[in-house]
Design a protein around this ligand. Structure first.
Ligand code: KIV
Length: 279
């Protein structure tokens, strides 16, 4: 298993190597991703929906994020593990933000991710970095702000919003973020930003020109049959495959072909006779 460091992610941009990253929320999937040799795992706040069944990313708490992060860390993967700061874990005050980010690092995360690039957020990013906490920025479509943006729409289509997103990317770079997620922005804007900043851009729904891509584990493996976001692609028909395996299990039990002799252990006959006589 190859061990990846933040410097490797930064270096990918310098050598022009496109890289792949994905979310993980538990031990087994983190092991799988590590075996696939992905350099970066995001313990995303999308755990809110795919692990806890909330309707969006705003309800998930620090405690709930810490639970999934700890499971991912136990996989001891070679990937850089980035923990997503959940909604309201870094907005209220600098002190709270640093304490919460520190909790993730203490659990074994290598970096944290925050949404936005306001003056206040950039100030916090500077403090994180000077406290020894590497940061991934996240701009464009920011799921924690869906109540402000009234949903999940592509950001940066107008001249003024596009300019603002470029300024945001530059501010994140200046504040010390080591890379930046560009979510849901037009591909040409993502290209422009990718060319303008020397830290890697990681795209989701922002086209092919970013330095890396990120996707949600459950989307890529097709685990949700009812919904697939436009930015994603099912690389496996997970829902149907798992469902058919569960039906096969059910059928085998009903027909008596499972469990079979290799799935259980017999006791010695003389012992069986003894105990049968006793009762
Ligand atoms: O939580 C998440 O899944 C994200 C995306 C960038 C993948 O933030």
């Amino acid at each position: 298993m190859k061990k990846y460091y933040i410097k490797d992610i930064v270096n990918f941009k310098k050598i022009g190597k496109k890289f792949c990253s994905i979310t993980a929320y538990d031990y087994m999937s983190a092991k799988l991703i590590s075996d696939a040799d992905f350099p970066l795992i995001l313990v995303g706040d999308s755990a809110s929906m795919v692990m806890y069944g909330y309707c969006d990313t705003t309800p998930i708490t620090m405690e709930e994020m810490l639970l999934v992060l700890k499971a991912v860390i136990r996989a001891d993967s070679g990937s850089v593990v980035v923990a997503d700061m959940p909604f309201m874990s870094y907005q209220a005050s600098l002190e709270e933000a640093i304490k919460n980010a520190g909790k993730f690092i203490k659990c074994g995360a290598n970096a944290v991710k925050v949404e936005g690039a306001s003056l206040d957020t950039c100030n916090k990013i500077k403090h994180f970095v000077s406290s020894g906490i590497p940061v991934v920025g996240h701009i464009g479509l920011m799921p924690q702000s869906i109540n402000v943006t009234s949903g999940y729409s592509v950001q940066g289509k107008s001249r003024s919003r596009a300019k603002q997103i470029i300024r945001d990317a530059l501010s994140l770079h200046k504040s010390g973020a080591f890379c930046v997620v560009l979510e849901g922005i037009p591909s040409q804007l993502a290209k422009l930003i990718t060319e303008k900043i020397s830290i890697p851009t990681i795209g989701i729904g922002s086209g092919p020109h970013c330095d890396g891509q990120i996707q949600v584990f459950h989307d890529v493996l097709g685990l949700d049959k009812s919904f697939l976001p436009k930015h994603s692609k099912r690389f496996f028909n997970g829902y149907d495959s798992f469902l058919s395996a569960l039906h096969q299990y059910e059928d085998d039990v009903a027909q008596g072909s499972f469990p079979s002799s290799e799935n259980y252990t017999d006791i010695d006959n003389s012992i069986l006779e003894d105990i049968s006589e006793d009762y």
